[in-house]
Ligand binder design. Structure first.
Ligand code: SF4
Length: 652
């Protein structure tokens, strides 16, 4: 008979690590927090909210006051397909615009947004096996340290000299694979998440890399590690989740597994493309409407000037081109059926190596830099993993710098050039190692770059500079679907809690291609998707999980695992609570309607090529969708979460 007071499914343990005083405290997780926030992203939002509410809202994301939390959830390491995704949350150093600027029309400052990154591989499940749901990290160590999490214990260990190398007289953290190799040898059977040289150098777009090629990518988690003098976390353990009702869980998870499998074998489901082409099937769809799309024409080109370009050039970087180099599946722990990731190899030429096939978003955003060199893209992806740089934000930053250079408005030597792989490789290394003025400038949040360019660039007005930089005003960087074509997707980009340009919190392309339109409909669709994604991230699942959380099988499976009973509606309420709490934190960090409504100037200019020629963002329509969106969430017309709504969801 299950114990009604016990926590099932989770480990029920949090580790609080204060690096400033070298203290580790292990706490029992309060069960009611799991009922309200599930786990992963939801619990992390709560932990960061609590921390900032007590300590004061954050003005500098690279200060010791920034809390970073890494963890997992109830479903992690169970038999449910894709149950290997972990969470990392923090206040982002990239979405940072700390002063009112004339060039921004005196919009309010934004001091970094609450950001969640999801990541697969093995690390999130290994952390659970090591006995922890969440590792909560505060403060800053005096010397470089790493964390070792083994069988219910957490140790702060001084980082070994072997983890560093000297480059041009400066001590720098080694590449991610070297750090991982070193720690894997030292702790056999373990899994490691680490910063790379970019994180060590507090590059605002630095990621964390786990298991060699999986990343907590967006927002600058690597820089937060660097600011804390924290190098890596290594976990090892053998603990398995306890079940509230094991037999029932096995029965229901088997039904879910069979359903996922049937969707993968149904060509009408996007999941059917994933085992072979992974996310790269979106390349053909965005360019020419392949794979159940319509007419295409929305694969960004030349820093979002166009959504279409020479089809002969496109062939070099198409879905088929990346299929040619793909090898065996190389999937996240506990992933079955969907299996989007494959190894890849280029056997000759300057970029010959073995690694993993890059994702659609990475490829698309580098095509936006006019790169049509498949092998070069494959190599750059590998180098980003090694140096600890987020591939997507890197693509956005590069495209902006390339356009400035093309126009003669980049004041420093070493800027990257459209279509030139070697110049992007050089810029990437310069950014990660801080080894040139150009690299050091590009490593900063965009708004600080704009300030510097306004001071030092002759012949360009602030407006002309900002037009080239789509990440201006604390943006995270637009994803690889041309924003001018889909007003609903632009709303998803504009309102994502983790920053303007993010595509993962809501995704409208299939719905808009299928005819979804109208301000109310689009707003409702975006808000609903954001609620669903908050659930996905908080349950420890992947975006590509095919099943409905509201189905009786899923709800019964969840109860059999955790003993917690949700209805379809009460589970959805958890997703809404999480999203509202994140928005509230972001309000305190400075986010208002002005942030959501900011339209990078070039998105109001029409596309001129391809099937979507003439499309542009209509500011009046977008503002009407925003009005409807705030009504959906019951926020004020200024985009603020009212006190009454917080009370409704049990928040102070
Ligand atoms: S579908 Fe892809 S990203 Fe999702 S869990 Fe599987 S391998 Fe990982």
């Amino acid at each position: 008979m299950a114990d009604q007071k016990k926590i099932y499914g989770y480990t029920g343990k949090w580790a609080l690590v204060d690096l400033s005083c070298g203290r580790v405290e292990i706490r029992e997780a309060p069960p009611h927090i799991y009922r309200l926030y599930l786990g992963g992203r939801g619990v992390q939002a709560y932990l960061i909210y609590q921390h900032l509410k007590e300590r004061g809202w954050l003005k500098d994301p690279l200060s010791p006051a920034n809390r970073i939390v890494i963890g997992n959830s109830s479903l992690n390491d169970t038999a449910v397909p894709t149950a290997g995704r972990g969470s990392c949350s923090f206040i982002s150093p990239f979405t940072y615009s700390p002063a009112q600027k004339e060039w921004l029309g005196h919009r309010p400052p934004v001091f970094g947004l609450l950001t969640h990154s999801s990541c697969g591989g093995l690390f999130p499940n290994m952390l659970k096996r090591a006995g922890f749901d969440q590792i909560i990290i505060d403060g800053r160590a005096e010397k470089p340290v790493r964390l070792l999490v083994v069988e219910g214990k957490v140790q702060i260990i001084e980082a070994e000299p072997e983890l560093f190398e000297e480059i041009n007289g400066r001590k720098v953290l080694r590449r991610a694979s070297e750090t991982t190799d070193f720690l894997s040898q030292k702790h056999p059977g373990s899994s490691t998440v680490c910063a790379g040289p970019a994180g060590w150098n507090q590059v605002a777009l630095a990621c964390l890399t786990n298991d060699y090629h999986r990343n907590f990518g967006r927002g600058g988690a690597g820089a937060v590690f660097g600011s804390k003098n924290l190098v890596a976390i290594t976990a090892y353990g053998r603990q398995l989740p306890e079940f509230y009702d094991r037999e029932k869980f096995l029965e229901k998870s088997r039904a879910i597994d069979e359903s996922v499998n049937s969707h993968v074998h149904d060509p009408n489901w996007t999941a059917s493309f994933r085992p072979e082409t992974g996310t790269t099937w979106w390349l053909d769809r965005a360019f020419n409407g392949g794979y159940l799309g319509q007419k295409g024409g929305y694969l960004p080109w030349h820093n979002f000037d166009e959504g279409y370009f020479d089809p002969e050039l496109y062939k070099r970087v198409s879905t088929a081109a990346f299929l040619e180099i793909a090898g065996k599946h190389k999937v996240c722990n506990r992933c079955r059926h969907i299996m989007c990731t494959r190894s890849a190899a280029v056997n000759s030429g300057p970029y010959a190596h073995e690694g993993v096939r890059p994702e659609f978003e990475t490829i698309a955003l580098w095509i936006n830099c006019c790169l049509t060199d498949r092998d070069g893209i494959f190599y750059l992806n590998h180098l980003c993993n090694e140096l600890g740089v987020d591939t997507m934000t890197f693509g956005s930053v590069m495209a902006g710098a390339m356009e400035l250079r093309e126009k003669g408005w980049w004041p420093l030597p070493g800027a990257p050039e459209f279509g030139h792989t070697a110049s992007m490789i050089k810029a990437l290394e310069d950014i990660a190692y801080g080894r040139s003025d150009c690299g050091r400038l590009l490593a900063r949040p965009t708004d600080l770059v704009v300030d510097e360019l306004i001071k030092s660039t002759a012949g360009a007005s602030p407006e002309e500079i900002v037009r080239c930089l789509t990440t201006a005003y604390a943006g995270l960087g637009y994803a690889g679907i041309e924003p001018k074509v889909f007003p609903g997707m632009f709303t998803a980009y504009g309102t994502s809690n983790r920053g303007r340009g993010d595509h993962t919190y809501a995704w409208t392309i299939q719905a808009e291609e299928g005819g979804l339109s109208g301000a109310e409909n689009l707003a409702s669709y975006v808000a609903g998707s954001q609620t669903g994604k908050a659930l996905t991230d908080s349950l420890g699942l992947c975006d590509f999980f095919t099943e409905d959380f509201a189905s009786p099988d899923f709800l019964e499976m969840y109860r059999a695992l955790t003993g917690i009973e949700y209805t379809a509606e009460s589970l959805k309420e958890c997703g809404r609570r999480i999203y509202i709490l994140e928005r509230f934190v972001n309000n305190q960090q400075g986010r208002r309607r002005e942030y959501d409504a900011f339209i990078p100037p070039k998105f109001a200019e029409p596309l001129t090529a391809g099937p979507q020629a003439g499309k542009r963002l209509d500011p009046v329509y977008y503002n009407a969708i925003l009005d409807a969106y705030y009504r959906q969430w019951k926020w004020s017309a200024e985009g603020l979460v009212p006190a009454k709504l917080l009370e409704e969801y049990g928040l102070e």
